[in-house]
Design a protein around this ligand. Sequence first.
Ligand SMILES: Cc1ncc(COP(=O)(O)O)c(C=O)c1O
Length: 372
Amino acid sequence: MPSPQELLPWLEHMHAVRHYSNFGPLVKELEMVFAQQFALDPEQLTTVANATLGLELVLQALDLPAGSRILLPALTFVATATAVVRAGHQPVLADVNERTWLLTPEIAYAACERMRLDAVLPVATFGMPHDMRDWQRFEQQTGIPVVIDAAAAYGSQWLQGAEGTLVFSMHTTKSLPAGEGGLVISTRPDLAAKVRQLSNFGINLDPAASMPVGALGSLGSNAKMSEYHAAIALASLQKWESHAQERRTLYANLMHEMDQVGWHKLTWQAQGPGGPLIAPTVLCVQLPDAAGRAALEQACQQARIMTRRWYQPLLQHMEVLQQRCLSLDTPNSQTLAQTLLGLPFFWGMQAAPRQRVLDVLKQVLSKHTYEL
Ligand SMILES: Cc1ncc(COP(=O)(O)O)c(C=O)c1O
C-alpha cells in the first residue's frame, strides 16, 4: 500500500476542493486513466466500491429474468457465487481446466449442451487472464452474455481488441490496491452507465435522459467509490509498474527455488491462452496428492509459517450455497481442492523468509515418496 507520505498530495487535493465522494475529481481522474489503459471511452467503464458489488450490479444491469442460470467455476472465491445469488439468480458450478485452473469456453460449450444457461461468469483464477477473443466468439455463437470475474487480474487481463465485460478488484490484497475498490469495464452498449447509476442508488444523473435528474431510474444500491479510495488507487498507480515487475521476478524466483528443493514434484498454474500473469499476488502450489498437501500444511504450521487453502472448500461443499447451486461434474476442481496450497508471497519478501519456506518444503518432500 502507498505510504501516508505518498498519499498526502492526493488527500490535500481532495480536501482543497471539499469533494469526498459522489463521483468527485479523483474518481474521474482514475477513470480517465483506466479509459486510456483500456483504449475505451470513459462511458464504457465505472469505478465501484468493490468487485463483489461490481459483479452484483453487472448481473442486475444485464436484465436477465429472475432465477437465471449463471455458469461459474466451482473453484473460485465465494463472492463470485454470492453475487449471483444476491442478484436473484442460480449459480451452475462447472469444472476448470486441470492445467490453467480456468473455466474455459470449451467447458462452457459442453455445459450449454447439457442445460439452458443464461450467462457465463468465468473467473481469472489467481489473476490468470482469459483470451477475450475466445469469449467474444462464444457470446456471438451462443447469444449468452459473458462477464469475467477478473477480481485478481488487474494488469494481466485485457480486452485484446475484443468485446467484453470485466470486473476488477482494488482490494488491499490485489495488484492495484485502494484498500477497497472495484472497476467495471464493458463494451456492451450502456452497461457501464447502468452499473454507474445502480451504484448511486439508481438515481438518474443524466440530463439527457427521459426522466428528471434526481429521479429514481432503477432499484440500485450504494456502491460508489469514495474520493479517499480513489486517492489510494491513484497513489498506487504511480508505483504500479515497478511493483508488478518485482512481483513477477519474485514469483519466478520462488517457483524456480521451490522446484529445485522439491525435485520437480510440484505443479504450478500453467499460463492460459490469454497470456501471462503480469502482476501475481498469490503463490499457490499443487502438491502431488492430498497427503503431501496435509504434510506441508502441518510442517508450515509447526514452523509458524502461514498457509492458505485459497478458494476452498469448493462452492458446492459450502452449506449456505449448496441448496442454491446446481453442480456439474467437477473432477479437476476436486483434485485441485485436495492438493493446492497457498504459500507466503508478498511484495518485498527477502531471502530469509524465502529460505524458511524452502527449508520446510525440502524437509516435507524428502520424506514423502510419490508415484510420479
Ligand atoms: C475471484 C474473486 N472474485 C471476487 C472477489 C471479491 O473482490 P472484492 O473484495 O473487491 O469484493 C475476490 C476477492 O478476493 C476474488 O478473488
